[in-house]
Design a protein around this ligand. Structure first.
Ligand code: COA
Length: 387
């Protein structure tokens, strides 16, 4: 099933003056140019976008069609913060069906056009109505998950702060990241409380940005793959949904959708978690990185904090996690995030990440999560042998 990632594009993440259509176009043009492809070479396009309420712009397929001047069939994909990963999966399915040879995926969100209270309300609309009615927001839902993890496995606020500090240090080496601040564990612990035990520096920020990948099947892979970099293929992808409400979960410290999506992706790629060299996880809140490490089988349940404390998830560690800076510090433009993860892992496997390059990375994993774990997409990528 291998699907080639022939080109990647990524705008800076942060606050942008560009309109949402311009953000998409910037990422798309970079991805196409890297693959030596033109708009006419694209058979189908999947746009990942969470909410038209942020930027007041709907009908993104038509908007992109007019900007890109393409006849490609364009579809918008939405699954909250997992929209990007899901759009990549839909592109993989489309290419595997044989109906299309090439597919472009672009994820985009422009969140800073709204006020923080508007943004919080729009984001909360991806939670269960039974939770929203009581005033729940995503920081408060992930705070409940954190409290359960603390009670069950002895996780502490310091462990969460170590995740944040690591990801902020990684982001300092990423020119496209939203934050380049020198954040240390003490800074995280001192930052203002948002939803106890989660503080400001445990949360991903509000971000504008876009990311794109140009994918193709093996029939045309050689035509589009740049000779400049080693080839990278998607070898496995898994998608799963679970209850939207935390009330329906048996154990708040487990995200069953992540477990199931990972098992599907590992099976498709004929690979085990032990073979993963680098991972981009969905650290919308620091506790999420910990829960996902465990649910992906990168360590046993309750063991993630030991790996973090021992520095194993740092860029020079045994299993680097979020070398891009993650959602925490690279930024989290909701619809773009899952695509941005695939961009980062592709670049890591191609050896073009400069100061944040993970050594000897051949196989990488992306975990993109929607809501408080209700949707998950896990994607596994592998470098070709011709390096
Ligand atoms: N991480 C690091 N720094 C952040 C930050 C974050 N998440 N959010 C804001 N900042 C910085 C700002 O840049 C600003 O810095 P400055 O003083 O140097 O300019 C400062 O902190 C204060 O920013 P402010 O805009 O007042 O923050 P806020 O209180 O309005 O928003 C949060 C902070 C945490 C509430 C907001 O980022 C948030 O809601 N995050 C969660 C988003 C979310 O739920 N996403 C979906 C996940 S499922």
């Amino acid at each position: 099933m291998n699907i080639r990632v022939a080109g990647t594009g990524h705008t800076p993440f942060g606050t942008s003056k560009k309109e949402i259509g311009e953000l998409m176009l910037e990422a798309v043009e970079e991805a196409l140019s890297q693959a030596n492809a033109k708009a006419d070479d694209v058979d189908t396009i999947f746009i990942a976008n969470f909410s038209s309420s942020f930027a007041g712009q709907s009908h993104l397929p038509a908007l992109l069609a007019s900007k890109l001047k393409t006849n490609a069939e364009i579809v918008r994909v939405e699954s909250a913060c997992a929209s990007g990963g899901l759009a990549v999966k839909e592109a993989v399915v489309a290419l595997s069906s044989g109906l299309y040879k090439t597919a472009l995926v672009v994820g985009v969100e422009k969140m800073n056009a709204s006020t923080i209270s508007e943004v919080t309300g729009i984001l909360a609309s991806a939670a269960s109505p039974d939770e929203i009615i009581h005033g729940a927001t995503f920081p408060s839902l992930y705070a409940l998950i954190a409290r359960q993890h603390f009670a069950k496995y002895g996780t502490t606020e310091e462990h969460l702060a170590m995740v944040s500090a690591k990801n902020h240090q990684n982001a300092r080496k990423n020119i496209l990241a939203q934050f380049k601040k020198d954040i240390k564990v003490e800074d995280v612990l001192k930052s203002k409380m948002v939803a106890s035990p989660l503080k400001l520096l445990d949360c991903s920020p509000i971000t504008d940005g876009a990311a794109a990948v140009f994918l193709c099947n093996q029939e045309v892979a050689d035509k589009f793959t740049s000779k400049e970099y080693p080839s990278v293929d998607i070898i496995g992808i898994g998608h799963s949904s679970d209850s939207i409400s935390l009330l329906d979960r048996k154990d708040l410290t487990v995200m069953p959708a992540v477990v199931k999506a990972a098992l599907k992706a590992y099976a498709m790629g004929s690979i085990s978690p032990q073979q993963i060299d680098v991972a981009e996880l969905h650290d919308c809140f620091t506790i999420a990185e910990i829960v996902e490490m465990e649910d992906l089988g990168l360590c046993n349940k309750g063991q993630a904090t030991a790996m973090i404390t021992e520095g194993k998830t740092a860029i020079d560690g045994m299993l680097p996690i979020n070398p891009s800076g993650g959602l925490k510090a690279k930024g989290h433009p909701v619809g773009a995030t899952g695509v941005s993860q695939v961009v980062e892992i592709t670049k890591q496997l191609q050896g073009r990440c400069g100061e944040r390059q993970v050594r000897k990375a051949e196989t990488g994993l992306c975990c993109n999560v929607g809501g408080s774990g209700a949707t998950a997409v896990v994607t596994i990528l592998k470098r070709g042998m011709e390096r």
